[in-house]
Design a protein around this ligand. Structure first.
Ligand code: NDP
Ligand code: 8X3
Length: 253
């Protein structure tokens, strides 16, 4: 049986690129997300192109009952998850904390922090049973620094890095690796989601420099996941060449 990877947020961006990368290497994949049609179309594409097994699980990582029922529904062969990628996440809005929208804050905290915790809580025991596994959490440059208007999003990504360090300590005795990938600006649906599908605003984020592409992150995740058993890459902090900090981006136009 080939290795199994479960990727949250596989309907777009990093998650989708990661699914394709691992599928091309012959892994069997569990893809998850809320948009059913996208999951179905990706499943079909991965199966026909790479001749692998794919399982789609459509649920919202914010909903604990949905998370539990999705993981409890796994047939025995799919329970042998080797790698969990906690990738589902978002920024909702960008603006001063004194004008913040409560719904946006709740969505970010519930998805980026609590969703990651729910997935980890449900899947770590399956890994512990097999005394092996690897959890890779997607944090961000925003988990290293804070920037104006990024208050709550940056808080969630700092939390992801802190939770990952704690989880590494808890899981080390079970031979489970915990890693983090922290990207800078990457051109996915991220900014469209952040700016509520205002395309001009989203495009302006990436104007005048070459941002990271989803495939760059997929390559980093693949590198982490395919090291020898005794090697844990604790974190990959990956930026576009033109980006030095959140606010220092060398733009040529
Ligand atoms: P995209 O918007 O392209 O993809 C986000 C994915 O998350 C989608 O598949 C979406 O699926 C899924 N998702 C969002 N909310 C939920 C939810 N409640 N339940 C289940 N799935 C959910 O963004 P990226 O690929 O860029 O983002 C992936 C991760 O990378 C996020 O955690 C983001 O914070 C982080 N990141 C992004 C950077 C960037 O510049 N792009 C840089 C650093 C980190 P669906 O809508 O179908 O549920
Ligand atoms: C996404 C990158 O710098 O927009 O996590 O926060 S940033």
């Amino acid at each position: 049986m080939a290795n199994i990877i479960l990727i949250t947020g596989a309907t777009a961006g990093f998650g989708k690129a990661t699914a394709i990368k691992f599928a091309a290497a012959g892994w069997n994949i569990i893809i998850t997300g809320r948009r059913k049609e996208r999951l179905e179309s990706l499943e079909k594409n991965l199966k026909s192109t790479y001749n692998i097994d794919v399982l789609s699980l459509c649920f919202d990582v914010r909903n604990l009952e949905e998370v539990k029922s999705a993981i409890n529904s796994l047939e025995e062969k799919w329970q042998a998850i080797d790698v969990l990628i906690n990738n589902a996440g978002l920024a909702a809005g960008k603006g001063p904390i004194q004008e913040g929208l409560y719904d946006d804050w709740e969505q970010m905290i519930d998805t980026n922090v609590k969703g990651l915790l729910y997935m980890t809580r449900e899947i770590a025991p399956l890994m512990i049973k097999r005394n092996q596994g690897h959890i890779i959490n997607v944090a961000s440059l925003a988990g290293w620094e804070a920037y104006g208007g990024g208050n709550v999003y940056c808080g969630t990504k700092h939390a992801v890095r802190a939770i990952s360090r704690g989880a590494r300590i808890d899981l080390v005795q079970h031979n489970i690796k915990v890693s983090v990938v922290s990207p800078g600006a990457a051109d996915t649906e991220f900014s469209l989601v952040r700016f509520k599908w205002d395309k001009d605003k989203a495009d302006s984020v990436y104007e005048g420099f070459q941002p990271l592409q989803a495939e760059d992150i997929a390559n980093s995740i693949y590198f982490m996941a395919t090291q020898p058993a005794h090697v844990n890459i604790e974190e990959i902090f990956i930026l576009p060449t033109a980006q030095a900090t959140s606010n220092v981006i060398h733009k040529t136009k």
